[in-house]
Every structure is written in structure tokens, then in C-alpha cells.
Ligand binder design. Structure first.
Ligand code: PBG
Length: 334
């Protein structure tokens, strides 16, 4: 049967703001957002992050001030990236990040939900996401997973509500879940970067988190291709997500967002867990760059990207623009 309005014209439901508002099929809400924060050991003043206006590498003090301002703007969920000043190759010291979690909890208590990124790329001398073998040509899975599980327990003990492994080692979700269980942190949420692709869109982040792969010493690795998912391998993303769900992840993630909407749509259909999407630094900065050239309205372009994520099935959006979401969504839905 032909839908009634096809005979009469589709433009009737586009005619004015109220009918458009009434007939929308998906909506984006400010409470779906998680705001990322970078906190850097050993800097005396906060520093802007290139390409992302309004995003900073925070000091311990400025981090708390920023979180307080964000709370006023309605942002009460964060993901924290701690960057220590001392780099190592193993036996990493997670205490700087853990103490930031503790001080956020102490200041804001239950008013802020804290997720923390679990990875070692900001902790290593070489910028790779794990422990490298003596020959310098391989990230060792088992040795890395031990470090990640130790980090997760320290962060949970410091008061993190959620640990979010972003390293892409095999078996890390099971190891973290078990370590949390054994240390009395069975209530800590585990959000896995399950479908994390080997992307060119992580640039501004790597500057901010001091985590770009570097060729120091005898390191022969140039990129993260041996552990992050190849952009042409959606089935690898499916396998990774199924595996992480089975190993005990509570929330799964697709990252980046815009180039992987097909993956997001497929995975949210296939696996009945809450799905997050990470609008990564490079895709956020791309919109900002377009706007800076006068070629787009940044708020409208960001909202359009966010709508795409929700259409594709995401219920959680990690975005550097989280602190603007309430305002931008409000303005764009007029
Ligand atoms: C760490 C990590 C990265 C991002 C989140 N966690 C960088 C990477 O894998 O190279 C990227 C986030 C962004 O670009 O905003 N492993």
C-alpha cells in the first residue's frame, strides 16, 4: 500500500519547525555524552590542544576547575586520560592518574561519573600501547595485559566508576574483569574499545596525550597496525566485539565514529549491549577546521555527526564537544 503522504507530497512534514520536531525519529540528548579530559603531570599551566579549540592539557588544579565548569553546563560523565612525566618500558607507575581520579571523587563525589582510559601509550618511552620485546619489533601481549590489569585495579581502587581499555591486546577484557573481581571491585563498569580501528584520525589526541609512536632506541615499530583493526576489516571488528562481550565487557565501543557508521550500525544490531561511539580528535578537529575557514557552522555540523551516531545505534557519545552539547542541541532543534 502506498503511504498516504506519498500521494500528497513529502514536503508537508518538512514545512515548519514544529512539524519537523514532531516527526523526528531519533533524538540526541545531552545526557548521552561523555567528556574526555587530558591531565598532564609536571606542567605548571594548562596548554591548548592544537586543532581542538576549548580543549586543554590540564594541570591537576585546572582539571578540577574545568570539571566544575562543565558540571554547570550539564556534563556529569567524563573519561580521563592521565599522562605521567616519567616514561618507562614496563612496570609503569599508574599513581599520577590514580591520584587524579581520587581528587575528582573527593571534590565532586557522586555528582560525576568517572571513566578512565586504560592503556600505556602515554606511559611508554616509545609511544606504543604495550611492552615491547628485546628485539624491538613486537608488542608482547601477555606482558602488556598484566600491566593493564594492574592499572585497572589501581584506578578502580582510586574511585573510577568505569575502566576503559583502549590498547587492543588479546584477552585484556577477561584479565581486567578477573582482576577487578579478585580485588573487590566487582561493581566497576568495563567499557571496551572493542572496535578500535587503525585510524589516521587520532593526530590531535596523540599530541595531547604524548602518545605518538616514536622510533627511539631499537624500536622497529612505526605504527599501531599490529594491534588496532584494519579499516577494511569489519569482520575483525565483529570478532573483537563478540569476544569482548563474552569476556565480560559491559559497554562496547566503535572508534572512530563518522568513517565507521556502517560498522556501528551492524554491531549494534548484532550485540545487545549498550554501544558507545568515540568521535575522535581528528574527526572533531576536521569539523572545527572547516568552520574556521568559514565553510561550515561548527555547532550544526557537530550535531549532524552526532545524529548519525544515534541513527546508527549508539546510545553513548564520547566527544570533545560534550560540554557544548546542551547548547548546540538546543539551538539546532529550534
Ligand atoms: C590510546 C588511545 C587513543 C585514543 C584513545 N585512546 C590513541 C591511539 O590509539 O592512538 C584516540 C582518541 C582520539 O583521537 O580522540 N590508545
Amino acid at each position: 500500500m502506498k503511504p498516504h503522504n506519498q500521494q500528497l507530497g513529502l514536503r508537508r512534514l518538512r514545512l515548519n519547525p514544529l512539524i519537523r520536531e514532531l516527526t523526528r525519529e531519533v533524538r540526541v540528548a545531552a545526557e548521552q555524552f561523555i567528556q574526555p579530559h587530558f591531565v598532564i603531570d609536571g606542567i605548571s599551566e594548562r596548554e591548548p590542544v592544537a586543532g581542538m579549540p576549548g580543549v586543554h592539557r590540564e594541570t591537576a588544579k585546572s582539571l578540577l576547575e574545568q570539571i566544575a565548569r562543565d558540571l554547570d553546563a550539564g556534563v556529569n560523565k567524563i573519561i580521563l586520560f592521565g599522562v605521567p612525566s616519567e616514561k618507562a618500558t614496563q612496570n609503569f607507575d599508574f599513581s599520577f592518574t590514580a591520584s587524579q581520579i581520587a581528587s575528582i571523587k573527593q571534590r565532586f563525589g557522586e555528582r560525576v561519573w568517572i571513566a578512565v582510559d586504560v592503556c600505556v601509550c602515554s606511559f611508554t618511552t616509545h609511544g606504543q600501547c604495550g611492552v615491547i620485546n628485546d628485539a624491538g619489533d613486537h608488542v608482547q601481549n601477555a606482558a602488556t595485559v598484566v600491566e593493564l590489569a594492574r592499572a585497572a585495579v589501581e584506578y578502580a581502587a582510586a574511585g573510577a566508576d568505569c575502566v576503559a581499555p583502549s590498547d587492543m591486546m588479546d584477552g585484556r577484557v577477561a584479565a581486567i574483569r578477573e582482576a577487578l573481581q579478585n580485588s573487590g571491585h566487582e561493581q566497576t563498569v568495563l567499557m571496551s574499545y572493542a572496535a578500535k580501528f587503525h585510524s589516521a584520525f587520532y593526530g590531535p589526541f596523540r599530541d595531547a596525550a604524548d602518545s605518538a609512536p616514536k622510533n627511539t632506541g631499537n624500536i622497529k615499530l612505526h605504527d599501531r597496525a599490529t594491534y588496532q583493526i584494519d579499516p577494511a576489516r569489519p569482520h575483525d571488528a565483529l570478532a573483537s566485539a563478540l569476544r569482548d562481550a563474552e569476556e565480560g565487557a559491559d559497554i562496547l565501543m566503535v572508534k572512530p565514529g563518522m568513517p565507521y557508521l556502517d560498522v556501528l550500525a551492524g554491531l549494534t544490531d548484532a550485540i545487545p549491549l549498550p554501544w558507545a561511539v568515540y568521535e575522535v580528535s581528528g574527526e572533531y578537529a576536521a569539523i572545527e577546521a572547516l568552520a574556521e575557514k568559514g565553510l561550515a557552522s561548527a555547532p550544526r555540523a557537530h550535531v549532524e555527526a552526532w545524529l548519525g551516531f544515534v541513527r546508527a545505534g549508539a546510545s553513548i557519545i564520547i566527544s570533545y564537544g560534550a560540554r557544548h552539547a546542551r547548547q548546540w542541541l538546543n539551538d539546532s532543534q529550534q
